[in-house]
Design a protein around this ligand. Structure first.
Ligand code: NAP
Ligand code: MG
Length: 506
């Protein structure tokens, strides 16, 4: 593997395994059972977590419901809620290193990216604090002299938050501060593979003065904890990030009590590369888009659709850059791509590549597991696959690994058709120096986010989410915040002018 850039193991004393407990009504609670997480890069146990059951989930919802109904959070002022959220943001910043180390040890992602994830999350909390104070409904003062109408915004109630392993702290922060800003109370379940940063968040919430019972955390698996979270009659809304398959199961489970369901699911996100693009910038962004977070990212740009006149040159550029991307020890601050989350997931990634090869695709680079000195072989090589047709599984399904698929087009019409030929619709991008090409693509791409001449930039002020089977509802920004609010109309008579309905002269 001489032609790749590999960062071998650095000297590092692993910290003691983090012990994670449930947080119920402001108390830390041990579980009858525990589960261990073995670091994908180091093969050592890095955390031991309580493993929740149905009874623990019941306790969490009893606490969330009671605190919501008591009004200790749901009925206080936006100013008071914002004060707590701002304290949480400060505490996150003071604890970046501790949170980031365990995030990297549990997930396998590079430490630089864990640090970025945790630091960035503080900004989501600050932005949500601003919404807590500025949220308002509407007034209708033109309904007639004797009428005043007011549309009130109220917290939706008790919210289940279910998160995956790929960005445990960030995805929690895309949901939790917005739910709290709205006045909701919550029960959170992180992935059983990456629970520790969520428990640390619980510690920060208590330190910041969040009242007991407002945020409860139950550790454990989708079955049975996630199941209770989607069916419990005390739950008003479920917000979930993860696979499309589980998203569908949650929607079905929640239908029994007609809960609101918000879903952030997978993607098969394309970038279209036009012949007039700044190819140097585009190649760098494509390389970033496919390898960031080890390719285990709902927003990964796992497909590129490149004009056939420049395809050979462009693929050569991406392959050359891929050889320079630093793969290896996630604890090395220089590393850009770490380990794959589990060996089963690594096998799944490889199966997509081998099936594509069997169907006639060409591996331009990589295409197999990667062994890193001192760290074992739960890594996957930077992989570029060309000659891919739209019917191959590798072109249609979410691979969730460092694997780029190359397709070609001749006309913009064809590029847009390929972009939209997907069950997913999370994000899409285009690279062109022609504003008209960029605008036409942006309007016609079926996606929740479109990037022009950039990739994966995001801001708390904007909205995030997908169309088609990439999900429903939006996160972050004002639109994401509104998801946690219920709307109530208040109709008020002014004076005693109402004409009687019952005729008095009968
Ligand atoms: P997942 O199976 O969808 O799980 C996500 C979360 O849902 C976890 O906390 C999981 O718990 C929980 N869950 C599982 N079954 C549930 C159920 N029946 N009811 C309620 N909650 C349930 O995702 P994953 O196991 O983390 O990864 C599987 C695949 O999903 C990946 O290979 C990837 O393709 C995709 N994925 C997509 C995203 C994204 O952002 N779009 C993120 C992560 C993964 P436990 O896993 O702890 O049991
Ligand atoms: Mg799972």
């Amino acid at each position: 593997m001489k032609d790749l850039t590999i960062n071998t193991a650095i000297e590092f004393d692993l910290p003691a395994p983090f012990v994670g407990r449930h947080l119920i009504a402001g108390e830390w609670v041990d579980g009858a059972e525990t589960s261990e997480r073995v670091s994908p890069s180091h093969g050592a146990v890095v955390s031991v977590s309580a493993k929740g059951d149905e009874a623990m989930a019941e306790r969490a919802f009893a606490a969330a419901r009671a605190s919501f109904d008591a009004g200790v959070w749901s009925r206080i002022s936006g100013k008071e809620r914002a004060t707590v959220l701002l304290k949480v943001a400060d505490l996150i910043e003071a604890n970046v290193e501790r949170i980031a180390i365990y995030e990297t040890l549990e997930s396998g992602k590079p430490i630089s990216q864990s640090r970025g994830e945790v630091e960035g999350a503080a900004d989501l909390w600050r932005y949500a604090a601003s919404l807590a104070r500025t949220s308002h409904g509407d007034s209708h003062n033109s309904l007639g002299e004797d009428m005043l109408g007011v549309v009130l915004k109220e917290p939706i109630g008790v919210v289940s938050i279910i998160t995956p392993w790929n960005f445990p702290f960030w995805i929690l922060s895309q949901k939790l501060p917005f739910a709290l800003a709205a006045g909701c109370t919550v029960v959170v379940k992180p992935s059983e593979m990456t629970p520790s940063s969520t428990v640390m968040m619980g510690e920060l919430l208590m330190e910041a003065g969040l009242p007991a019972g407002v945020c409860n955390i139950v550790l454990g698996f989708g079955q049975p904890v996630g199941q209770v979270m989607s069916t419990h009659p005390d739950v008003d809304m479920v917000t979930f990030t993860g696979s499309t398959a589980v998203g569908k199961m949650i929607t079905q489970a929640a239908s029994g009590t007609l809960k609101k369901v918000a879903l952030e699911l997978g993607g098969k996100n394309p970038q279209v590369i036009c012949p007039d693009a700044d190819l140097e910038s585009a190649a760098d962004a494509v390389t970033f888009g496919v390898y960031f977070n080890v390719g285990q990212c709902c927003n990964s740009s796992s497909r590129i659709i490149v004009h056939e006149d420049i395809a050979e040159d462009f693929v050569a550029r991406v392959v050359a850059l891929s050889r320079k991307v630093r793969f290896g020890d996630p604890l090395d601050p220089e590393t850009q791509v770490g380990a794959i989350v589990t060996s089963e997931h690594a096998a799944k990634i490889d199966a997509y590549v081998q099936a594509a090869v069997a169907a006639g695709a060409t591996v331009e680079l990589g295409g197999g597991a990667l062994s890193v000195d001192g760290l074992g072989d739960q890594f996957y090589q930077p992989t570029v696959v060309s000659g891919v047709s739209a019917d191959m599984a590798i072109a249609r399904e979410e691979v969730f690994g460092p694997v780029l698929v190359v397709m070609t087009y001749r006309t913009l019409e064809e590029a847009i058709a390929l972009t939209n030929d997907s069950e997913y619709g999370l994000s899409a991008g285009i690279w062109s120096e022609d504003i008209h090409t960029c605008l036409e693509f942006s309007r016609r791409a079926a996606a929740g986010t479109v990037w022009t001449n950039t990739w994966m930039d995001g801001y708390p002020e904007l909205a995030f989410g997908g169309v088609k089977q990439s999900g429903q509802g939006r996160e972050i920004g004002r639109y994401g915040f509104e998801e946690f609010l219920e709307v109530k109309s208040l109709v008020m008579r002014v004076g005693r002018s109402r004409a009687p309905w019952v005729k008095q002269d009968v």
